[in-house]
Design a protein around this ligand. Structure first.
Ligand code: SAM
Length: 274
C-alpha cells in the first residue's frame, strides 16, 4: 500500500488528532459515528498517530461532536436542498462523502494547501464536490464560489484558530456574498482558549495556538449585521453524552454547574436572510 506523508505543524496538524479520534471510535463496537474514510486514511498516512495527543475519552468526544454536526448539517440540507455548502477548516473530515447528499448540493471543502494536498491524495472527489486550498480568511476565497444560491457554512473545530478580526471579516463577507444562509460552528470560551496548553493535549501536541475566544452566539450576532442565532448548545447538551463512562459524566455534570466552565465549548447554529 502506498503511504502518504503528513509533515504538518500548527493548526493544520490538529486535524490529524480529530481524524485519528474518528478512526479509533469508528473501529470500536457499536460506534456512534461510522467513518470508514477516517479508518482508511489513518492506515494510509505515514505518521505516528500516538503522538497526536488523543487519549482516554477523546475519540468518543470527537465522535459526539462530529455526529452532532452531521445531524445538524443533514437536517439543514434536507430543509434547503438547493444549497452551496462551505465546509471550512475541513481537515480530513469525510462529512461530504459520508452524508447522503441530494444531487442539488454543491459541496466545497476548504483548508490550508498542505491539508488539501493530502486530502486530494486520499479521498475520491465525486461530481459537485470541490476542494479549495486556501486560508479561509483570504479575502479572495469567496470569489471562486458562485454567490447566487443559499449557503450552508459548516465549520467544526475551526473558529478558535482564527484571528478574531479576520474571523469576523470572513463572516461578514459570507453574509454579503450569498442571498441567504445558515452557519453551524463550534466556539470555545475565554478559559478554553487561554488554557489550551493545559486543557487540550492535541493542540499542545500540534504546537498550535488558539486565538479566538467566543463566549456566546450573541458576540457573533452583535458583530455581524444580518446574522441571527437559532440554537446554542453547550457540550453538556450534546446528544449521546450518556455513552461516556459514569465517572466522566459525573465530572461533566459538575462542570455544567459552573457557568464559566459550562460555556467553555458551544455549538452554534445561526442564519441570515438577504
Ligand atoms: C481541529 S482541526 C478540525 C478539522 C476538521 N474540521 C475535523 O473536525 O476533523 C482544525 C482545522 O482547521 C484548519 N484551519 C485552521 N485555520 C485555518 C485557516 N485560516 N484557513 C483554513 N483552514 C484552517 C486546520 O488546517 C485544520 O484542518
Amino acid at each position: 500500500m502506498e503511504r502518504e506523508r503528513a509533515d504538518l505543524t500548527g493548526a493544520p496538524a490538529t486535524m490529524l488528532a480529530t481524524l485519528y479520534g474518528r478512526a479509533l471510535h469508528s473501529r470500536s463496537a457499536d460506534p456512534l459515528l461510522h467513518d470508514p474514510y477516517a479508518e482508511e486514511a489513518v492506515r494510509r498516512i505515514d505518521h505516528d498517530f500516538s503522538k497526536t495527543g488523543v487519549r482516554g475519552n477523546d475519540p468518543l468526544s470527537i465522535a459526539l461532536r462530529g455526529s452532532l454536526f452531521d445531524r445538524l448539517a443533514a437536517d439543514r440540507i434536507a430543509a434547503h436542498p438547493e444549497v452551496t455548502v462551505l465546509h471550512l477548516g475541513c481537515g480530513l473530515d469525510s462529512r461530504g462523502l459520508r452524508l447522503d447528499l441530494p444531487p442539488s448540493v454543491e459541496w466545497y471543502d476548504v483548508d490550508f494547501p498542505e491539508v488539501i494536498d493530502l486530502r486530494r491524495k486520499l479521498y475520491e472527489q465525486p461530481e459537485r464536490h470541490h476542494t479549495i486550498a486556501s486560508s479561509v480568511t483570504d479575502p479572495a476565497l469567496l470569489d471562486s464560489i458562485p454567490g447566487d444560491r443559499r449557503v450552508l457554512v459548516v465549520a467544526e473545530g475551526l473558529t478558535m484558530y482564527l484571528d478574531p478580526q479576520e474571523g469576523l471579516a470572513l463572516l461578514r463577507r459570507i453574509t454579503e456574498r450569498f442571498p441567504a444562509g445558515e452557519l453551524i460552528c463550534d466556539v470555545q470560551g475565554e478559559l478554553a482558549v487561554r488554557f489550551a496548553n493545559v486543557l487540550n493535549s492535541p493542540v499542545r501536541a500540534a504546537n498550535a495556538k488558539l486565538r479566538w475566544a467566543i463566549g456566546s452566539g450573541a458576540e457573533l450576532v452583535n458583530a455581524v449585521p444580518g446574522l441571527a442565532l437559532d440554537e446554542e448548545l453547550t457540550f453538556f447538551e450534546v446528544p449521546g453524552l450518556e455513552r461516556l463512562p459514569a465517572s466522566y459524566r459525573a465530572l461533566v455534570r459538575a462542570m455544567g454547574h459552573i457557568p464559566a466552565l459550562r460555556r467553555m465549548a458551544l455549538i452554534l447554529r445561526m442564519h441570515f436572510d438577504g
